[in-house]
Design a protein around this ligand. Structure first.
Ligand code: FAD
Ligand code: UDP
Length: 384
């Protein structure tokens, strides 16, 4: 009945479904255990009519024209440039830490001398990951690196990951490098915009094809079986001879045969307030205060005009497959030890010719939305 079954209706699954259905006329089934499409990018209106991102704030940014043009087939764009402040020593300063943050937090003469040194050493406009900056041999710059590390990174990372910055992949803190610049934007990508009608509508347009069927509220394990010895697949008790594209947890697909991979979960606490605006920027980070990491106010992103406003606080927590409040694996945990386990899974997966693994969870990678769209487009080229 189906040429390809896709597990997961996030960007990985939706892009591949759309491409295979429209470019190769394949009959596609998309299965998702949630009751909606869109994966973690899903947005919807809350009870007060405010457009919210159910699984945390999603800001689209990319330098990849191919990705921007591809998604542009399904949406108009609303220009939006993200800015974040962090509460440090009672002051709200730009993050990534930049020259403006430096001048807000340190005495004038010290800030001026550090600015000169940074520019001399690295150049204006350059981004330096905090773990690299800490390696520096200059005494004054080392003082600055330690200051930023302590004030911005240590406690936030402890909350977010339950770890020290140096105990997770350098890629993680490297996402928010020290920026030797006065540009307060979170991202410098060429294309920064959000879908004018929200993300969910993009997914609706992508998946609303004659030859794409959706099976929501369905855990793939309840309808799909894979025989690890023979590679034979079964869908609803009948043999399935097509392709499986899997975007869920790689360890779950293979029944945790090499042990469970660890993930980090989050609890989102949404609050609606009867005021027009709660905070001056979209997101305020709280590295050193409170149990949550950040507060985001959605109206700044969506530019919606409503009398009230909705904010969300993010409380990181351990992932627990058996606890309904903790069983969403938002982030794979990127450590050397986990990488070794992951490699065993990826190696094992190679023997199943009819199975393609793609996505944040299936590949265990810190893909942003543009990365995963690019990756899915690449996979489409590879498998067709
Ligand atoms: P997902 O969107 O997670 O989709 C996977 C789907 O598989 C889910 O719908 C899930 O229900 C389904 N699934 C899993 N297991 C099963 C099963 N057993 N049976 C059936 N279905 C199953 N990116 C940005 O570019 N900008 C941002 O600002 C940004 N902010 C983010 C904030 C947070 C808090 C998080 C967690 C991520 C953020 N991202 C952001 C990343 C973005 O969410 C991912 O790039 C994107 O969701 C990856 O798409 P995906 O299809 O790989 O995974
Ligand atoms: N980070 C931090 N302090 C901040 C912002 C980020 O320590 O104020 C670190 C933290 O380890 C975080 C990582 O940088 O997990 C990546 O931040 P990003 O904002 O990219 O995370 P995401 O949006 O994916 O949650």
């Amino acid at each position: 009945m189906f040429d390809t079954i896709i597990v997961g209706a996030g960007f990985a699954g939706a892009v591949l479904a759309e491409r295979l259905a429209t470019q190769k006329q394949q009959r596609i089934l998309v299965i998702d255990k949630r009751q909606h499409i869109g994966g973690n990018c899903y947005d919807c209106f809350d009870d007060h009519g405010v457009l919210i991102h159910q699984y945390g704030p999603h800001l689209f940014h990319t330098d990849n024209k191919k990705v921007f043009d591809y998604l542009g087939q399904f949406t108009e764009w609303l220009t939006y440039q993200h800015e974040v402040l962090a509460l440090i020593d009672g002051q709200k300063v730009p993050v990534p830490f930049n020259l403006n943050s430096l001048h807000s937090l340190l005495p004038k003469s010290l800030a001026e001398s550090l600015e000169l040194k940074l520019i001399e050493r690295f150049g204006y406009g350059v981004k330096v990951p905090i773990l690299e900056l800490r390696e520096i041999d200059d005494k004054e710059l080392k003082f600055l690196a330690d200051f930023i590390y302590e004030k911005i990174f240590v406690n936030y990372t402890a909350k977010q990951w339950g770890k020290k910055p140096e105990d997770i992949s350098a890629e993680v803190t490297g996402r928010v490098p020290v920026h030797i610049s006065r540009d307060n934007r979170y991202f410098q990508d060429k294309y920064q915009a959000i879908p004018a009608q929200g993300y969910t509508q993009v997914f609706q347009k992508m998946l609303n094809q004659r030859n794409i069927s959706l099976m929501l509220n369905t855990d793939f394990k309840d309808v799909f079986k894979l025989d690890f010895d023979t590679g034979k697949m079964q869908f609803m008790q009948s043999e399935f001879k097509g392709q499986l594209i899997f975007t869920g947890l790689i360890d779950e697909l293979f029944a945790s045969r090499f042990g469970e991979l660890p993930y980090r979960s989050l609890a989102f606490n949404f609050e609606h307030l009867p005021i027009e605006q709660f905070q001056q920027k979209t997101t305020i980070n709280y590295p050193n205060d409170y149990d949550f990491t950040r507060i985001t106010e959605f109206k700044h992103i969506t530019q919606q005009i409503t009398p009230g406003t909705t904010i969300v606080k993010e409380f990181p927590q351990d992932f627990d497959r058996n606890d309904p409040n903790k069983n969403i694996p938002y982030y794979p945990i990127f450590t050397d030890e986990n990488k070794q386990k992951l490699d065993r899974y990826l190696d094992f997966a190679k023997q199943f010719e009819n199975i393609t693994l793609v996505g944040r969870l299936a590949e265990n990678r810190y893909y942003d939305m543009d990365d995963i769209v690019a990756r899915a487009l690449q996979v489409f080229d590879e498998i067709t």
